[in-house]
Design a protein around this ligand. Sequence first.
Ligand SMILES: NC(=O)c1ccc[n+]([C@@H]2O[C@H](COP(=O)([O-])OP(=O)(O)OC[C@H]3O[C@@H](n4cnc5c(N)ncnc54)[C@H](OP(=O)(O)O)[C@@H]3O)[C@@H](O)[C@H]2O)c1
Length: 249
Amino acid sequence: MSVTSVGIIGFGRFGQLCARHLAPHFDVVAYSRKNRTTRAHEMGVQLVGLGECARQDIVIISVSISAFERVVEQIAAHVKGDALVIDVCSVKEHPVAVMERLLPATVRCVGSHPLFGPDTARDSVAGHTVALTPVRNAPLDDVRTFLERLGLTVIVTTPEEHDVQMARSLALLHFVGSALAAIDIGRVTLSTATHARLLEVVDIVNNDSRQLLEDMHTYNRHAGAVRRELIKALEDLDHELTGAAAKRS
Ligand SMILES: NC(=O)c1ccc[n+]([C@@H]2O[C@H](COP(=O)([O-])OP(=O)(O)OC[C@H]3O[C@@H](n4cnc5c(N)ncnc54)[C@H](OP(=O)(O)O)[C@@H]3O)[C@@H](O)[C@H]2O)c1
């Protein structure tokens, strides 16, 4: 019986996490612009050219959000007519629109956002959550069944609802984490357990690339408004505390 083949395009932090968890279940090949042969061999994954990677039964695109459109343009002519293409971008309106516009009409597409990363799901994805936004001809039941077998909770939503919620959760978390890193909140010897948890958040956020932070805010049209809401709340709080201090003196 032939095993379903998976091509992972982009072998960065998330592409490698995908490869590690999918290699036991599928024939996995991957495409990387960098020489990551040793890393790939450790996972039992073969590195191939972009065209060959795009000609597999299932194609997972795990490139930077800002590179997504260019990569889909490059692979569109290589993807098999009945292939299943899945993106993993941390925003959904942009990649879903790109796949609908650029991939041939027979190609089945599913938008996904795994709500975990290489730090939080290094050993197992069980117990984590993945958001799915079906695009067209999406074999949603098959995808859901496979993900649930891995122990994942699946939430089906729309690209817009996903981005509205992410603007208030993940994108905001990365914004706050990056700001806290800039003022070096770890430079203390007297810490509390809660402060230590905050430092963990800062570490996790900073393990991800600056490009991911930028892309999550540039390609999520709802993120700017939430950033400004937070800044206004901080200014109001500062105003209140400055007023309280003035009353005491
Ligand atoms: N990190 C997370 O926790 C996480 C969680 C869920 C979803 N995601 C999503 O996963 C995707 C990848 O993020 P990441 O964290 O893995 O970032 P990353 O480590 O910076 O990797 C980015 C990947 O994109 C590739 N790439 C960039 N431009 C490209 C181009 N023009 N052509 C081909 N490949 C290109 C890079 O290739 P090279 O290595 O060859 O430069 C690299 O493999 C993003 O869409 C992100 O939203 C990330």
